[in-house]
Design a protein around this ligand. Structure first.
Ligand code: NDP
Length: 444
């Protein structure tokens, strides 16, 4: 009853924000058993408070292209919840960005960050700017203009953005340079920084590696592993690239990558040479995934996603709602045993329900892809003490964090009567920590 009322208020307040409604619905429905045990959350209106961002910043981003033409994009930062630490979450540059997407991502980030065990709150930001097809100079001018407004809202103890779709090392560099010029400070105000100027080893790898570590923990509960498994991956950006590398290291055969134009199917499995080619193609040449057909034995499926592939493990690592109920059914019919979400909310609600109902090990994004933000937290930690840890040390922390997230999500699922349902477990474990802290802080 309370849940339906809150959801109705969320929808009527911002009727067009469908991705945000989807994320709120999933979280609220799965915490119902907690509300029965803890009526004080209802009395303190924790649900109404947690679905409303603490602060939303919208701003104009004017910039000039290489031909001297002026463009105006929209920038935004949603500072959602700072109960357990400074707002933390990435910036997304993609033409689809609008407040409904950034709010869904910021809302998810609250619970994900709580799950990491680190003192970080939830936020997200971005712009409808499309870096694709732009020159480095154009991207730099855009990033400088974007930071010329954002800098006054962020800070190492206030709000610490990072990358997301369309924001990688290049963009973080341009934004950090502008932040430093405007403030005359060398702060830990962004994560995903270059290794020469305060970045952490393993941060580029962290989300993909973490997703595979989480999947490995789920497989272990069935006495299984990645060894010899066929793994279908969507996307070919940062998360997909390193999920593929770690899955291969664990003895799996990676049989696909994709981008927004189509999928490559690699029946014999990706080789190390093939992986290096994709890294160069996507990170340096900024090319399309179909260019792989000249370089490795693979088929290109224009306009299609990888989910019809007969695989044991699926790792959706591209974007939200990229795996629907029909595709979930195909994966289940083909015998998939585990799905771990490298992307945020890539499975539609019906797809996620089908995986859970059919006994597929299903790791939702807020647990499975939390390794990225966790390692951003480790980057902040290194910056605060003025140290740089080795690759092995950071990777060991990341691995332990993912093991703990799995353990806590599994335990919460068991404690609240849904054993093995990681959606319920992750939402409850994250929610309780934030809700208890909000009670501690009083009505603010
Ligand atoms: P990148 O920009 O590096 O890569 C994104 C990939 O997804 C590209 O292959 C891109 O293809 C594809 N893609 C983007 N939009 C669409 C679309 N509408 N349809 C099909 N494919 C699409 O981003 P990341 O790898 O960093 O992020 C991927 C996902 O992981 C996102 O959901 C992000 O929120 C999530 N995530 C990322 C973290 C990180 O540390 N980077 C941390 C936690 C989650 P194309 O090049 O054609 O656009």
């Amino acid at each position: 009853m309370v849940i339906e009322e809150v959801l109705e208020r969320v929808i009527s307040r911002d009727p067009g924000q469908k991705e945000f409604h989807q994320a709120v619905k999933e979280v609220l429905e799965s915490i119902e058993p907690v509300l029965q045990k803890r009526p004080e959350y209802i009395k303190a209106k924790i649900l109404d408070r947690i679905v409303e961002p603490e602060r939303q910043i919208l701003f104009r981003v004017p910039w000039m292209d290489d031909n001297g033409e002026i463009h105006v994009n929209r920038g935004m930062r949603i500072e959602f919840n700072s109960a357990i630490g400074p707002y933390k979450g990435g910036l997304r540059f993609h033409p689809s960005v609008y407040p409904g997407i950034i709010k869904f991502l910021g809302f998810e980030q609250i619970f994900k960050n709580a799950l990491t065990g680190l003192p970080i709150g939830g936020g997200k930001g971005g712009s409808d700017f499309d870096p694709k097809g732009k020159s480095d100079d154009e991207v730099m001018r855009f990033c400088q203009s974007f930071m010329s407004e954002l800098f006054r809202h962020i800070g190492e103890n206030t709000d610490v953005p990072a990358g997301d779709i369309g924001v990688g090392g290049r963009e973080i560099g341009f934004m950090f340079g502008q932040y430093k010029r405007l403030t005359n400070r060398f702060d830990s105000v962004l994560t995903g920084k270059g290794i020469n100027w305060g970045g952490s080893l393993v941060r580029p790898e962290a989300t993909g590696y973490g997703t595979v570590y989480f999947a490995q923990e789920m497989l272990k509960t069935k006495g299984d592993s990645f060894e010899g498994k066929k793994v279908a991956i969507s996307g070919s950006g940062n998360v997909a690239q390193y999920a593929a590398q770690k899955a291969m290291e664990f003895g799996a055969k990676v049989v696909s990558f994709s981008d927004s134009a189509g999928t490559i199917y690699i029946p014999d499995g990706l080789t190390l040479d093939g992986w290096n080619f994709v890294m160069d193609l996507k990170n340096n040449k900024r090319g399309r995934i179909n260019e792989c057909t000249d370089k490795m034995p693979c088929e290109y499926w224009a306009g299609q996603r990888p989910w019809k592939i007969d695989c044991d493990i699926a790792l959706p690592c591209a974007t939200q709602n990229e795996l629907n109920g029909d595709e979930a059914k195909m994966l289940i019919d083909n015998g998939v045993i585990a799905v771990a979400e490298g992307a945020n909310m890539p499975s539609t609600p019906d797809a996620a329900d089908m995986f859970v109902d059919n006994g597929v090990l299903f790791g939702p994004g807020k647990a499975a892809n939390a390794g990225g933000v966790a390692t951003s937290g480790l980057e902040m930690c290194q910056n605060h003490v003025g140290m740089a840890w080795s690759f092995e040390e950071v990777d060991k922390h990341l691995h332990n964090i993912m093991i703990n997230i799995h353990k806590n999500a599994l335990k919460a699922s068991q404690d609240y009567g849904a054993p093995g349902n990681y959606i319920v477990g992750a939402n409850i474990a994250g929610f309780v920590k934030v809700a208890d802290t909000m009670l501690d802080h009083g009505l603010i």
